[in-house]
Design a protein around this ligand. Structure first.
Ligand SMILES: [Zn+2]
Ligand SMILES: [Zn+2]
Length: 141
């Protein structure tokens, strides 16, 4: 049975559901994720794009990553919570910002991606392997 992942933004205007097991899971230490989340890294759960539905109005912002791919971030226009993100290089999947999931106690990162960009103060689990870029795709270790 796949997970049913539910969550919402801080104000509750946007809520979502995905019936899927993650196809990739990561802590991303890249500069873009730091700016986007306002935190020292981003915890991301990737699911098949067709598995995710949401209610409520989102806005989005698109920018180019170092790879040249177009990255689109979806957020709540009312409270500003960052919710989802897509990558033009991998149109079959979408990431969910793990902090917005109702119960993310099951979440485990498969990789620390952009590990070399990690802030010295960021604690990491040494059992989680490093990857220098966002793997395209990479199996669960
Ligand atoms: Zn909101
Ligand atoms: Zn990142």
């Amino acid at each position: 049975m796949p997970h049913t992942i539910t969550g919402n933004c801080l104000c509750g205007q946007v809520s979502y559901r995905a019936k899927a097991d993650p196809v990739f899971a990561a802590h991303c230490h890249c500069d873009d994720c730091r700016k986007n989340t306002g935190s020292d890294y981003a915890a991301l759960a990737f699911v098949p794009i067709e598995s995710l539905t949401w209610q409520g109005e989102t806005r989005s912002y698109s920018h180019h990553a170092e790879s040249g791919n177009l990255m689109t971030k979806h957020f709540c226009p009312q409270c500003g919570s960052q919710l989802f993100g897509t990558n033009s290089g991998r149109t079959d999947r979408i990431h969910i910002k793990v902090g917005t999931i109702d119960d993310a106690s099951w979440f485990e990162p498969w990789y620390n991606v952009f590990a070399s960009r990690r802030l010295p103060s960021t604690p990491i689990n040494p059992e989680v392997p490093d990857a220098d870029t966002m793997p395209q795709p990479k199996p669960k270790p």
